[in-house]
Write a protein that binds this ligand. Structure first.
Ligand code: PLP
Length: 384
């Protein structure tokens, strides 16, 4: 067989997918496994979104849309940022993509020259360094500690900046830690970006999943250099619908649109139509988000208290639906700890290895409260 390109032979498969697959295989064999690997809400989208998708079929919305997304959806996205964040964007400052993941990939591909550096905070979402490298860039990692609730120290971020730095990347609330950055810290990131003339990519996908504190985005401070990465996946429980949006300065959005036009074109027409309903039917969506937030909050509280009671140190995150737990008392190596949790306790988690979180595993509480409680009982039985 002819050879493959180095960019893919050096590309790692996601460990999240690998561990989720292992758990699914056990489940297929009839073994009762509690899956805490998921990076997606366990809720269906609200009924008005499902109905909009059905309506889209009835209306025959089966053709290509514009590469940048339908005018209707881009207007709805701009209206969301006006209403919820007080930010003013024109529809041509919005690009609709195949999930937030494609938004980010378009963005890295649009700004990075070979060797350009992107400063990111670990533990991080695994696709960040992979996408930066695919675009020819170099990930530069700042580590946030569990003792600080995985909120980085701005002095460390400053130290990581070099003449090659092109982008600062913020993800708050964070996957995998659930950390929410205080507004003052977001302001310090914005100042650094301004001082060093950097792009600021703000991955705000988990905006609506905050239980303590408040959401803030750098876009409110330095809009001329900030790209907001957002989408329908997390806050609207629409992961499989694959709708993301990038919102930012016109020249960047135009570049990302040209790239998408030659790679994948517009996102799914029916999913775009349904996302308009998710954004525009404000009261129904707000009620759905309040309901899911309350459920996640209760699960978080039970899970964090339970893990700490079992002697597995776990900071209480303010957002998203993940916790990072220190499993060194189960095994100093997080992969072996994750395997013991799966094989002996029948609880599937993701080892921190690929998040750059040694000695820790990520548990997702996007699963029922009963499952959270049962997982705690099983982990207790494992560690005696
Ligand atoms: N950013 C973060 C931090 C995520 O956790 C995810 C999904 O897990 C994404 C972006 C991409 O989301 P999407 O499913 O919309 O592509």
């Amino acid at each position: 067989m002819p050879g493959l390109a180095r960019r893919v032979t050096t590309l790692k498969a996601s460990s999240t997918v690998a561990f989720a697959g292992r758990a699914k295989e056990l489940a297929r064999q009839g073994i009762d496994v509690i899956a805490m690997t998921a990076g997606e809400p366990d809720f269906l989208p609200p009924e008005h979104v499902l109905e909009a998708a059905r309506e889209g079929i009835r209306l025959g919305l089966t053709k290509y849309t514009a590469t940048e997304g339908t005018g209707e959806l881009r207007e709805a996205v701009a209206a969301k940022f006006k209403r919820e964040n007080g930010l003013t964007y024109a529809p041509d400052q919005v690009l609709v993509s195949n999930g937030g993941k494609q938004t980010l990939y378009n963005a890295f591909m649009s700004v990075l020259e070979p060797g350009d550096e992107v400063v990111m905070v670990a533990p991080y979402w695994v696709s960040y360094p992979a996408q930066v490298e695919l675009a020819g860039g170099v990930p530069v990692v700042v580590t946030a500690s569990a003792a600080d609730g995985f909120v980085p120290d701005i002095a460390d971020v400053r130290k990581a900046i070099t003449p090659r730095t092109k982008v600062l990347l913020i993800n708050s609330p964070s996957n995998p830690t659930g950390a929410v950055y205080p507004p003052a810290l977001v302001g310090e990131f914005a100042e650094l970006a301004e001082e060093h003339d950097l792009w600021l990519f703000s991955d705000d996908l988990y905006e609506h999943l905050i239980y303590d504190g408040e959401f803030s985005t750098a876009a409110a401070l330095v809009p001329q250099r900030t790209l907001i990465v957002h989408g329908a996946s997390k806050g609207y429980a629409m992961t499989g619908w694959r709708i993301g949006f990038g919102v930012g300065p016109k020249p960047l959005i135009a570049a990302m649109t040209r790239l998408q036009g030659q790679s994948t074109s517009g996102a799914n027409s029916l999913a775009q139509h349904a996302t308009v309903a998710a954004l525009n039917e404000v009261e129904k969506t707000a009620a759905f988000q309040a309901m899911t937030r309350a459920a996640y909050r209760e699960r978080r509280d039970v899970l964090v208290a339970g893990l700490n009671r079992l002697g597995l140190p776990t900071p209480k995150p303010a957002g998203a639906f993940y916790v990072m737990t220190d499993t060194t008392s189960i095994d100093p190596d997080e992969e072996r700890a994750a395997i013991r949790l799966l094989d002996e306790a029948r609880v599937a988690v993701v080892p921190g290895t690929d998040f750059l979180a040694p000695g820790k595993v990520r548990l997702s509480y996007a699963t029922s409260l009963d499952d959270v409680k049962e997982a705690l009982r099983r982990i207790e039985a494992l560690i005696g």
